[in-house]
Design a binder for this molecule. Structure first.
Ligand SMILES: *Cc1c(COP(=O)(O)O)cnc(C)c1O
Length: 382
């Protein structure tokens, strides 16, 4: 028998309480019973997004809300800016181009964060830019982008800031209203501790205004129609009933812990993982502004990262993620968002050093674990 551990930056493990909530018999969605569940989830989501606005719940993976943010807010030919520092930044470009927007890209070296001065300069040079697309946390590299600082620039102009917060919301503080974010998105399979299948998205007041003039075609992801239905505690189409039942439970877990503690836990798990990696002499992919959601590290030059990740998964039962494109075979990504605790990190670092040892890398077994434990001790109860 091999016991399996999912320690990836999404999908993430689902707590037993949430699994049990989702195992209830399916109820009909046009009923007071479902509306009650929906209303509870809706209320808690606003707290999670730290917004007074409605948070739409769509039956889609996160990309559905990304696509909807393009089609609901823009018109063909409009100019937008994409901050592209990895695979998910690239996805913004692909979606926006597919819909005929004129995309200017701020290319950011993988592992680095966008520079605020570059964003300001580009917006000054091209006053026609009507929207800026960004990842708060770029999951392909593990780097953060300076969302708060960029919001300070966009909110003073007629430029919407659309934030993919899929590995940010529920991981670290992204107060939508306070920062002046226009669109904030998350997905169920990351910090929300659910299986994949839900995307959540909130719009600022001026973004809602923009939906009225935006001319791109839309049907399934029609945000205004969803908002009208949300007001009646229902959805435009058949909702993912079981997932929303699970969402109510996972949000209950999050608010039992409380957002400040949730954020502190993610910060601690990330610091411990980085300490473990560093003690093994592995270079971090995003040393300057590492995301609390995941830690990406380079594998030693003599080790094939693809084989390392497969060995960990298939022979040791530990699922991390490798890299894509320019990082293929070169990096390992360890997820520590959502339902992650102290001993997931101990497991992750132990597995990593054992696997590296197996591939002939010169490691002192236990050194990474000791470093991680040193950080994790700070979170131990009195
Ligand atoms: C996981 C993730 C997504 C969503 O991808 P889907 O496969 O559509 O769920 C988007 N952006 C980021 C930053 C992510 O981590």
């Amino acid at each position: 028998m091999i016991k399996n551990y999912l320690i990836a930056p999404g999908p993430t493990p689902v707590p037993p309480r949430v699994l049990l909530a989702m195992a209830q018999p399916v109820i009909h969605h046009r009923t007071p019973q479902f509306s009650q569940i929906f209303a509870d989830a809706k209320r808690a989501l606003k707290q999670l997004f730290q917004t007074e606005q409605d948070v739409l719940i769509l039956a889609a993976s996160g990309t559905g809300a990304m696509e909807g943010s393009v089609t609901n807010l823009f018109s063909p030919g409009e100019e937008v800016l994409v901050i592209n520092g990895g695979k998910f930044g690239e996805r913004w470009t692909k979606i926006a181009s597919s819909y005929g927007l004129q995309v200017a890209e701020l290319k950011v070296e993988w592992g680095r964060s966008a520079r605020v001065e570059d964003v300001r300069r580009l917006l000054d040079e091209r006053p026609g830019i009507r929207g800026v697309f960004i990842q708060a946390s770029e999951t392909s590299t593990g780097a953060l982008h300076p969302t708060e600082e960029i919001a300070r620039i966009t909110r003073q102009r007629d430029t919407l800031l659309i934030v993919d917060g899929i590995t940010a919301v529920g991981v670290f503080d992204v107060p939508m209203d306070r920062w002046g974010i226009d669109v904030l998105i998350t997905g169920s399979q990351k910090a929300l501790m659910l299986p994949p299948g839900l995307a959540c998205v909130a719009l600022s007041e001026r973004a809602w205004q923009r939906t009225k003039e935006a001319k791109l075609p839309r049907f399934y992801f029609d945000f205004a129609r969803e908002r009208d239905n949300l007001a009646k505690d229902t959805t435009a189409w058949t909702p993912a009933i079981s997932l929303i039942t699970g969402l109510r439970e996972s949000l209950a877990i999050i608010f039992e812990e409380g957002l400040p503690r949730v954020f502190a836990r993610h910060t601690r798990m990330a610091a411990a993982t980085r300490a473990g990696a560093t003690a093994l002499n592995l270079d971090l992919v995003a040393p300057d502004a590492p995301s609390p959601a995941l830690t990406a590290m380079f594998v030693p030059p003599k080790v094939d990262g693809g084989k390392l990740v497969s060995y960990l998964r298939d022979r040791m039962g530990v699922t991390f993620m490798g890299g894509q494109d320019q990082f293929k075979g070169k990096i390992v990504r360890i997820g520590h968002l959502g339902y992650t605790g102290t001993f997931d990190i101990v497991t992750a670092i132990a597995a990593l050093e054992m696997a590296l040892h197996h591939f002939g890398y010169d490691v002192v077994l236990g050194r990474g674990v000791a470093a991680a434990e040193g950080v994790l001790m700070a979170g131990m109860p009195d």
